[in-house]
Ligand binder design. Structure first.
Ligand SMILES: Cc1cc2nc3c(=O)[nH]c(=O)nc-3n(C[C@H](O)[C@H](O)[C@H](O)COP(=O)(O)OP(=O)(O)OC[C@H]3O[C@@H](n4cnc5c(N)ncnc54)[C@H](O)[C@@H]3O)c2cc1C
Length: 476
C-alpha cells in the first residue's frame, strides 16, 4: 500500500515523484509504457518558456515563471543540460507590434524578468539570419532550452534512489475505492494507495473518467518537427517565435542543448492520441512558416522528423483540481507544461497536504545524481577513468563520443532501460548525425550481454518494437 500513487511518468508525474520523495512517504510512479517519459515529454520543443504567453491570473501564468526558475535550478543540481539563451517573438507589421505590447504587459504582470521590446536594428544585431522584413521583437532573456526527457529521468531517478517505486508496463484500466483506499488495476495486478495523482497526459480525461464523470475533454493536437544537423546549430542563437495565434505559439526555430537546430511545430487536431506519424502536409506547413522568420533555414540538413501530441483541453488553462476525494487531476498540461512542471508538482503536494497527506521531511534525502559524461571530462580525468575501467576507453557512438562504460552505467541506472532508445535517452548514444545507424547494433549487443537476454529480445523503443526477427546463421 502506498501513500501516493502517481499515474503517468512524464515530466509532471516525475516532478511530483521528485517532490514527494523529499518526505517520509511511500510513493509509486506508474506508467503504462516500459520507460519514463514516452509521451509528450519526449517530443516537444524543449523550451523553458519565460512566461509572457499565459493570460495573467491563470494557473499557467502563476506556474510558468516559478517553474522556469526551478527547472534551471534542478537541471544544474542534477546534471541536466540547460542553456539560458533567451527568446525573441518577431513582429512583421503594426498588428504584430500590438500583440508584442500585449505580451510585454502579460509578461510584466506575470513577473517575467528583463522582458523588453527591441527595435529591428537590435534584433538583427543579435540575430543576423532573421528576415530583414521584421520591424521589432519581444526579448525575454530568461527563456532557456533543455533536454526534457533527461530532466524527467533525473527527477524520477532521484525519487527512486530516495525510495519511490517505479511501476512500469502497468496500464491503469480500472480504479475502485474501498475502505478509504484507491485500488488501481491493470486487469491482472492491483496497486493500493491513499492518494492518487492523475498525470496521464493525453489520457488524463480517460483516467479521470475511471473515478467520476468527466468535466473536461482532452483534444489531442499533433505538432510536427524537423531536427537539423549540428552544421545548422548556429543559424540562430536564441529561441525565435513568430507572433502567437489562437492555435498557439507558432513554428519556432531554436538551437537545441545538443547543438542541433529544431524547427516546428505545427498544430493539427488528431483523433488518435498516439498518432505520432509525420505528414507531408504538416511538414510543408512547418517549412513555409519557419522560412518566414529565418529565410536561410537549411531544411536539407534534416536528420530526423518527429511528432509530439499536445494534451490540449476544453478548458483554457491547466486543470489542477480534485476529481474525487483524495484523487487529484493534473490534466490538460500542454505548453508551458514542461517549463511549469516543478511548480505544478509543488502545487499538487500542497493540495494533497491540505487533504491530510502528512509531510514530514526526510532527513537523509539524496538530492543529486551520479552521471559520467566522458566527452566532458578533461584529458587527465579521461585517462584516469580508462585506467580504472577500460570500457570507458571504447567509444560506441562515434557521432556523440559515448563510451561502452556510459552505456553500461545507463543499463545499471536507478530505472534500468530495456530498449536501445532507453539507452539513448540516458547515455546520449544515437543522438548524432547518423541517428544510431552505426552504434545501434553495438548497443543491442551490449544490452543483450548485460541483461543476459537474447539479442532477439532487445527492443528499439516501446513494447513490441523488436529489432531482430531471426538468426540468419547458426554456429557449429
Ligand atoms: C509539440 C509539443 C511542443 C511542446 N513544447 C513545449 C515547450 O517547448 N515548453 C514547454 O514548457 N512545454 C511544451 N510542451 C508541453 C509539454 O511537453 C507537456 O506539457 C508535458 O510534457 C506534459 O507532461 P505530462 O507528464 O503531463 O504528459 P506525458 O509526458 O504525456 O506523460 C503522461 C504519461 O502518462 C502515461 N499514461 C497515460 N495513461 C496511462 C494509464 N492509463 N496508465 C498508466 N500510465 C498512463 C503515459 O504513458 C505517459 O508516459 C509541448 C508539447 C508538445 C506536444
Amino acid at each position: 500500500m502506498f501513500d501516493v500513487a502517481i499515474i503517468g511518468a512524464g515530466i509532471i508525474g516525475c516532478a511530483c515523484a521528485y517532490k514527494l520523495s523529499q518526505y517520509n512517504l511511500s510513493v509509486a510512479l506508474i506508467d503504462r509504457e516500459n520507460d519514463i517519459s514516452l509521451g509528450a515529454t519526449r517530443a516537444n520543443s524543449a523550451i523553458i518558456h519565460a512566461g509572457f504567453d499565459p493570460e495573467p491570473n491563470t494557473l499557467m501564468a502563476k506556474l510558468n515563471v516559478d517553474g522556469n526558475a526551478q527547472c534551471k535550478e534542478i537541471c544544474k543540481k542534477l546534471g541536466v543540460e540547460c542553456k539560458e539563451i533567451g527568446s525573441l517573438v518577431t513582429a512583421f507589421d503594426e498588428d504584430d507590434m500590438k500583440t508584442l505590447q500585449k505580451l510585454l504587459e502579460n509578461g510584466r504582470k506575470n513577473g517575467v524578468p528583463g522582458i523588453e521590446i527591441w527595435t529591428k536594428e537590435q534584433v538583427l544585431e543579435r540575430e543576423p539570419n532573421l528576415s530583414k522584413d521584421i520591424i521589432g521583437a519581444l526579448w525575454a532573456p530568461s527563456a532557456a532550452i533543455t533536454n526534457p526527457w533527461q530532466l524527467a529521468l533525473a527527477m524520477a531517478e532521484v525519487a527512486v534512489v530516495n525510495g519511490c517505486k517505479p511501476i512500469l508496463n502497468f496500464d491503469v484500466s480500472s480504479i475502485k475505492r474501498e475502505n478509504s483506499l484507491y485500488i488501481l488495476s491493470n486487469g491482472k495486478e492491483n496497486v493500493r494507495a491513499k492518494f492518487v495523482i492523475n498525470a496521464a497526459g493525453v489520457f488524463a480525461d480517460k483516467v479521470s473518467a475511471l473515478v467520476s464523470s468527466p468535466t473536461y475533454k482532452i483534444i489531442p493536437t499533433a505538432g510536427e518537427y524537423y531536427l537539423l544537423d549540428k552544421s545548422e546549430g548556429n543559424t540562430v542563437s536564441s529561441v525565435i517565435f513568430p507572433c502567437p495565434s489562437k492555435k498557439g505559439k507558432g513554428v519556432l526555430i531554436s538551437p537545441t542543448v545538443h547543438g542541433n537546430l529544431i524547427v516546428g511545430p505545427n498544430a493539427q487536431i488528431v483523433s488518435d492520441a498516439e498518432d505520432t506519424k509525420s505528414t507531408a502536409s504538416g511538414l510543408a506547413e512547418v517549412r513555409e512558416k519557419a522560412s518566414k522568420n529565418v529565410p536561410c533555414v537549411n531544411l536539407r540538413q534534416n536528420i530526423r522528423n518527429f511528432t509530439g501530441i499536445r494534451a490540449n483541453s476544453s478548458v483554457d488553462d491547466f486543470i489542477i483540481e480534485f476529481r474525487c476525494e483524495n484523487f487529484l487531476d493534473l490534466a490538460g498540461i500542454r505548453s508551458p507544461g514542461l517549463s511549469s512542471a516543478p511548480a505544478i508538482a509543488d502545487m499538487a503536494v500542497s493540495m494533497l497536504s491540505e487533504k491530510g497527506l502528512c509531510l514530514e521531511k526526510k532527513e537523509n534525502f539524496i538530492d543529486k545524481r551520479k552521471k559520467i559524461s566522458f566527452k566532458h571530462l578533461s584529458e587527465s580525468e579521461k585517462k584516469a577513468l580508462i585506467e580504472k575501467n577500460p570500457k570507458y576507453g571504447r567509444v560506441i557512438c562515434r557521432c556523440e563520443t559515448i563510451t561502452e562504460g556510459e552505456i553500461i552505467d545507463a543499463i545499471n541506472s536507478p530505472i534500468p532501460p530495456c530498449s536501445v532508445d532507453g539507452i539513448k535517452r540516458r547515455a546520449g548514444s544515437g543522438m548524432g548525425r547518423c541517428q544510431g545507424g552505426f552504434c545501434a547494433p553495438k548497443v543491442v549487443e551490449i544490452l543483450a550481454r548485460e541483461k543476459k537476454i537474447s539479442p532477439l529480445d532487445v527492443l528499439q523503443d516501446k513494447n513490441g518494437s523488436y529489432i531482430l526477427i531471426n538468426e540468419t546463421k547458426q554456429e557449429g
